[in-house]
Design a protein around this ligand. Structure first.
Ligand SMILES: NC(=O)c1ccc[n+]([C@@H]2O[C@H](COP(=O)([O-])OP(=O)(O)OC[C@H]3O[C@@H](n4cnc5c(N)ncnc54)[C@H](O)[C@@H]3O)[C@@H](O)[C@H]2O)c1
Ligand SMILES: O=c1ccn([C@@H]2O[C@H](COP(=O)(O)OP(=O)(O)O[C@H]3O[C@H](CO)[C@H](O)[C@H](O)[C@H]3O)[C@@H](O)[C@H]2O)c(=O)[nH]1
Length: 338
């Protein structure tokens, strides 16, 4: 059974990927410092998989922790989620983002190199396409950045490409579009500490009565209803993409791939779908465009289909229903759905 180090495995995408990797037969060790995760996730992962979680609490910036971890067992690769992800915060604190996201990757890969572990799946993002004008987005389009966060992801991709010139790295770069939704059990999902930054957590807050209305940022974009287009992908599909990416790395096949559905969805379409999941109207108002937003981002997902056999299976309805199920389960205290 291949053994995988999962950095950031207690987080939103990491926790779903943990469950998918275990189901696929991988042995997994989670390294997380709980900077942006609730410790209770670990118990819930144990409930979901029926096995205690192999957890190391520590930071990817801590070389000693990494050396101890990688020296204790033989690893076949890593999936590297641990990073800071708030675009707005990165504008205010760019140096912190460089330290955590770029410094974290360098510390991790140096420790992996010294332990002789050369397979890594890296969490990248659609924001590396900058402000694109050609759609759908294919992997070979020019790359750029509009925030320090995006800069860290683009630089990390480049660091991994350069490192592979010197050492036998086999790298899977996955450029996620907009991950949403939750595990159907209601036990894990997106846990936005503090104020959520993204569309679906905001709609969920309105549905929970914690916010009066959704603010729709801009209705004068060049789209049919005037609101911005994104490519939302169910986190269960995204988790499966990591299993398929690792499977390919195990066979020696490196790749850089978009992970999206290819279907653009507007803010108002997402709002309508969430209303349908909740079964009642959710108030909204049109607000000015949000600074830094691009009008459209959606993937051409065909390379992931060709190289991994990956295809998103869950539609918008399931994304909204699973999110609504998760936020309600949180309020109830995470009982299993039955
Ligand atoms: N959620 C998105 O919209 C999105 C989109 C594209 C890319 N990504 C990337 O995917 C990855 C996972 O995102 P997520 O949404 O699951 O985020 P998240 O914040 O829920 O998960 C990140 C996890 O990493 C942990 N962590 C942070 N710094 C750490 C450190 N120094 N050492 C150890 N653990 C640390 C956090 O505690 C958390 O559990 C990130 O790299 C993010 O940049 C996310
Ligand atoms: O209250 C809100 C929140 C968002 N939006 C709109 O909803 C769309 C999606 O916004 P999100 O904040 O959910 O997602 P972004 O596309 O802005 O960014 C997300 O996806 C990117 C990749 O596509 C990056 O990975 C980034 O880190 C991640 O937050 C945007 O048009 C935004 O203006 C609203 O109208 N109202």
């Amino acid at each position: 059974m291949p053994r995988i180090l999962l950095t950031g495995g207690a987080g939103y995408i990491g926790s779903h990927t943990y469950v998918a990797l275990k189901a696929a037969g991988y042995d997994v060790t989670i390294l997380d410092n709980f900077d942006n995760a609730d410790r209770g996730v670990i118990d819930r992962l144990a409930r979901l998989t029926g096995e205690a979680v192999d957890l190391v609490e520590g930071s990817v910036l801590d070389r000693q922790v990494l050396d101890d971890l990688l020296g204790a067992k033989t690893y076949d690769g890593a999936v590297h989620f641990a990073a800071k992800k708030a675009v707005g915060e990165s504008v205010a604190k760019p140096l912190d983002y460089f330290q955590y996201n770029i410094g974290g990757l360098i510390t991790l890969t140096q420790a992996m190199r010294d332990a002789g572990v050369f397979r890594i799946v890296f969490s990248s993002t659609a924001t590396v396409y900058g402000e694109p004008e050609v759609f759908p987005l294919t992997e070979d389009l020019p790359l750029s950045y509009t925030s320090p966060y995006a800069f860290t992801k683009l630089t990390s991709e480049q660091i991994l490409a350069q490192a592979a010139q010197a050492d036998p790295w086999i790298v899977g770069v996955l450029r996620y579009f907009n991950p949403v939704g939750a595990h159907p059990s209601g036990l894990i999902g997106e846990d936005p500490m503090g104020i959520p930054d993204n569309l679906m957590p905001f709609i969920a807050k309105v549905a929970m009565g914690e916010m009066e209305k959704l603010r729709v940022f801009g209705d004068d974009y060049d789209t049919p209803d005037g609101t911005a287009w994104r490519d939302y992908i169910h986190v269960m599909d995204l988790a499966r993409a990591h299993v398929q990416s690792l499977d390919a790395l195990m066979k020696g096949r490196a790749h850089t791939l978009n992970i999206g559905t290819g279907n653009p969805v507007s803010v108002l379409q997402m709002h309508a779908a969430y209303q349908a999941a909740v079964g009642r109207d959710l108030p909204y108002e049109i607000a000015p465009r949000r600074a830094g937003d691009v009008p459209k981002l959606y993937a051409d997902p065909s390379r992931a289909r060709a190289e991994l056999g990956f295809e998103a299976e869950h539609g918008l309805e399931e994304m909204c229903e699973s999110s609504w199920n998760w936020v309600q389960a949180q309020k109830r205290g995470w009982g299993f759905n039955s």
